[in-house]
Design a protein around this ligand. Sequence first.
Ligand code: ADP
Length: 405
Amino acid sequence: MEPQIHIESYGRFRDLLEAAPNAIFEVELDGTIVLLNVAAERMFGYQREALLGQLIEVLIPESLRQRHHEHRGRHAEYPLTRPMGIGLELWGRRNDGSQFPVEISLSPIRSSEGSRVIAIVRDITSRKEADAKIQAFTAELAAKNQQLEIRNREVERANRLKSEFLASMSHELRTPLHTIVGFADLLAEELKGPLNQNQKRFLDHIQRDSRHLLELINDILDLSKIESGRLELHPELFRVPDAVAEAMAGLRPLAENKQIRITEAIDRELEITADRLRFKEILSNLISNAIKFTPEKGQITIESSEGPKSVFFAVTDTGIGIDPAEQQAIFNKFYQLGSTTRGVREGTGLGLAITKSLVEMHGGRIWVESTPGQGSRFQLTLPRAGIERPAKSGESAHPFPGVQS
Ligand code: ADP
């Protein structure tokens, strides 16, 4: 039995139809338009009367009419509620001949007048435009990414070349410098005859500056090795207090010169797996800085504590301290705080950059806390047994990635 629509609710349906934002058509199976709403009039630019009784194909661009006709035939055979033309670009044609992209859904209905189809048409111009914009943007982004990747590779290559150049340069420079240092030391011993005051002063300059140059070259050599990935770590298990004592041996006279007291708070039994030589280098860089930047009669403390997976070290001084704004930058290459070292040929500005790289190569972390005028506390952690990394099948985990055993 046909459903009976009450006259009042029929009026409400009309209102609903007219309020709908999409164009709605009721079409007979042969394509004749029998009903449309105001949104349909507006979308296609027709008066309602001009469309009633017309074939729906007048609303389709001429070039697509034939295709539509065939599709309509098929829908009549298998009437189902579905979106129309899945995978096809659908176009509407306005009264003035202009075209616009549409999305259409079809619903078969059965009424007292026979089978019909309700077509709901949505103008998707703005969505298409947005899609096109997104596509253009995505393509642009992809192109930019590619450029960036090429640039990155160039930078990497240039960096590697620079490091290699520095490494070989430094090597070449070291040999003659050793000669200068050696002969200056010989002269200073006065075995070949006594020197007068002026000659001693000149010689002193030669010795100091050539040693500084040698230190700089050694640091550059180290850093360029680290940067080009050619510095290998040789991890071994060792007792920390022994290594600390060795690092301290060369530094104690410097501290004594300034009457700086050094306190060690290190567990006698503490052991760690790390590159012993590099570990000593890390500590002696931090301790020599502490001595350098602490005024006479100051105090330096070296301490360690053990966590389950890592060992913590701290070198604390009562020195000049570091401004909070500089506390990150001091780990950069060639960074020296202007006011503290200006005019003083001490250090190379590479010590902390090397120290940080060495700590990180071990899988550790280094940071500083400092109050200007009160002192600094350089802290670091090192994994007890190097970095844990998941073993790939057929391969045993090595505690130090990138390190050849
Ligand atoms: P440098 O060879 O000049 O010591 P570093 O890389 O070791 O180079 O240190 C960089 C700068 O960080 C130093 O020039 C100094 O200004 C600052 N600095 C490092 N350690 C300390 C410290 N313990 N106290 C105060 N300033 C420090």
